[in-house]
Design a protein around this ligand. Structure first.
Ligand code: NAP
Length: 316
């Protein structure tokens, strides 16, 4: 952040030190965004790694003590766990504390978290659209959010100053911030992230179940498009179970549209309508080029992408 701008927060408490939580810890330290970083996780093995990696000043499984003096608390747990964590810490937050999250679904998280937080605590929901298919504290890296979008979905009745400070925090660790409603976020992410993950899980599952094609052939000949699906389908099972359960309506809406379009494609193949296929494939190629042109992906082939490139996949 610019040298003249004061840091928006002093003491950051992160709950859940997985890929995203540990990346925030690394980035906050790398960019000098806070004085103190408190890592809170229920898992002793995760805390042991956090201490060994030296990515936080304090590492504890005590949620209440961990959040007590923080002026920013970021929930980095699976979306299905956010409500329970909020309930457990709510009575122990100092007045004026800003609570945020990184959940891939926003309407359900707002509904689960907001009712627990008292009037003096400001909730600013957020979703960094950056990730990889890896989990845990060792998977994180400080540049995960560099040049990536972070979507804020402030509550209509929320504190504008708190939202501005959360925006400054994300910009300070390299992200580009956009603001929208939680409802709109969930619709957009259903088609750009959630349904693509469902398709990947489904196609890898289907291939694994095929009896006519052996498992070894699936692995051996995987370069034919299948390999990129397997990368996405390796994403964290708990996180993605929660995403689909929490964003049910938007996912089912987009899946309905997807199924209709897939039926149209099947019809084009059945009736030999090459023009229809060619027209669609031309349109989709232009979309891919647009994403590359906006700097959200590289033009290099994906296979064997480096860690730095993986950080640019914009998952979650
Ligand atoms: P992760 O690597 O699996 O880390 C999640 C951490 O939260 C783990 O340390 C886990 O501990 C802990 N946790 C789970 N339930 C908990 C609970 N009830 N109380 C306290 N800690 C708990 O997951 P992640 O990829 O960082 O995802 C975290 C959040 O970021 C999710 O809400 C996800 O939607 C969002 N997100 C993910 C991505 C992505 O690409 N991965 C991108 C953007 C946003 P255990 O080991 O004990 O389960």
């Amino acid at each position: 952040m610019p040298a003249e701008a004061p840091a928006p927060f002093r003491r950051l408490a992160i709950v859940g030190l997985g890929l995203i939580g540990s990346s925030i810890a690394r980035a906050a330290r790398h960019y000098g965004m806070v004085e103190t970083i408190v890592a809170i996780d229920r898992d002793a093995a995760v805390l042991e790694r956090v201490r060994a990696l030296g990515i936080a000043d304090v590492a504890t499984d005590d949620l209440v003590a961990g959040v007590a003096q923080a002026d920013l608390v970021i929930l980095c747990v699976p979306v299905g766990a956010a409500g329970a964590v909020a309930e457990a810490m709510a009575g122990h937050l100092a007045p004026g504390t800003v609570v945020s999250d990184v959940g891939s679904v926003k309407v359900a998280v707002v509904a689960a978290v907001a009712p627990h937080l008292g009037p003096g605590v400001h909730f600013v929901p957020a979703h960094p659209v950056a990730g990889t298919e890896y989990s845990g504290p060792d998977a994180g890296f400080s540049t995960l959010f560099s040049g990536r979008w972070c979507i804020l979905t402030p509550l209509p009745e929320g504190d504008a100053g708190a939202a501005a400070r959360v925006q400054a925090f994300w910009e300070g660790i390299g992200a580009i911030v956009e603001t929208m409603t939680a409802e709109h976020h969930d619709l957009v992410l259903a088609i750009t992230s959630h349904v693509p993950h469902l398709i990947a899980y489904n196609i890898v599952g289907t291939a694994a179940d095929l009896e006519a094609v052996t498992q070894s052939e699936v692995i051996k000949f995987s370069a034919g498009g299948f390999r990129d699906f397997t990368r996405i389908a390796a994403s964290d099972p708990t996180m993605w179970r929660d995403v689909f359960l929490a964003n049910k309506d938007a996912v089912l809406e987009m899946l309905g549209r997807f199924n209709e379009d897939l039926s149209a494609l099947a019809r084009a193949i059945r009736w030999g309508d090459g023009d229809a296929l060619h027209a669609l494939f031309t349109r989709t190629r232009a979309i891919r080029r647009g994403i590359v042109a906006q700097g959200q992906e590289t033009a290099e082939p994906d296979f064997g992408r480096s860690r730095a490139e993986r950080g640019k996949t914009g998952e979650g």
